[in-house]
Unconditional design. Structure first.
Length: 199
């Protein structure tokens, strides 16, 4: 089986890690080799010492992208779950990796502030931490992501079905025996990928 990179991007608390772990489980069940490169874990080891300036954030993403490229070209699936706020470096990774599927996890900022999984929005809004994406640091949404998740409107399972469905339509993941998504959803996925020129 050929490898690829599944690249999640989105604001803090949007749902990247949750979806990455769930998709990982499904791909493992289908016999694929999978590694998740989660933003938090990467910053603890591979990118320890880097800060949150644009330069440091881009360096962090290039490191994640480099590892994802090595994994992808050796038949594994690399799933990245980092905010990756800058479009330019994400597109650079897409070019470098080739088999690259971008998932934009979208959610209104008010819902994110309410969710605040790690309590960081509260701190950022109180001015206790600076350069927090979505509060006082920019986020550039992708222009042509293969998948858009509306995590305030969809259940985790619905979002996962869209992602796995897209990977199946692209031919990157074998289909399972059971139907993961309905025929209508498959049509919607196909139309989107065609309109964007990905198939
Ligand atoms: N459709 C959905 N997809 C993903 N998460 C969802 C969805 N609906 C609700 N959620 C909830 O949103 C929260 C997302 O938190 P998660 O830690 O995955 O975000 P994150 O994008 O990894 O944030 P961070 O950038 O801070 O690491 C979880 O509590 C999850 O249960
Ligand atoms: Mg996360």
């Amino acid at each position: 089986m050929k490898g690829f990179t599944l690249w999640f991007t989105g604001l803090p608390s949007s749902g990247k890690s949750t979806l990455a772990r769930r998709v990982e489980e499904i791909l493992l069940e289908r016999g694929m080799h999978v590694e998740v490169l989660d933003g938090d874990e990467v910053r603890e080891n591979l990118s320890k010492g880097l800060g949150f300036s644009k330069e440091d954030r881009d360096t962090n993403i290039r490191r994640i992208g480099f590892v994802a490229k090595l994994l992808s070209r050796n038949g594994a699936v690399a799933i990245t779950a980092a905010i990756s706020p800058y479009r330019g470096v994400r597109d650079e990774m897409r070019k470098a990796i080739g088999r690259f599927v971008e998932v934009y996890v979208e959610c209104p900022i008010d819902v994110l502030k309410e969710r605040d999984v790690k309590g960081l929005y509260k701190k950022a809004l109180a001015g206790e931490i600076k350069h927090f994406t979505g509060v006082d640091d920019p986020y550039e949404a992708p222009l042509k992501p293969e998948v858009v998740i509306k995590s305030d409107q969809e259940s985790v399972e619905e979002s996962v079905a869209k992602i796995v469905g897209t990977l199946e339509v692209l031919g990157y993941v074998p289909r399972s025996g059971g139907a993961e998504f309905s025929a209508t959803e498959e049509e919607t996925i196909k139309r989107r990928l065609k309109d964007l020129g990905y198939i």
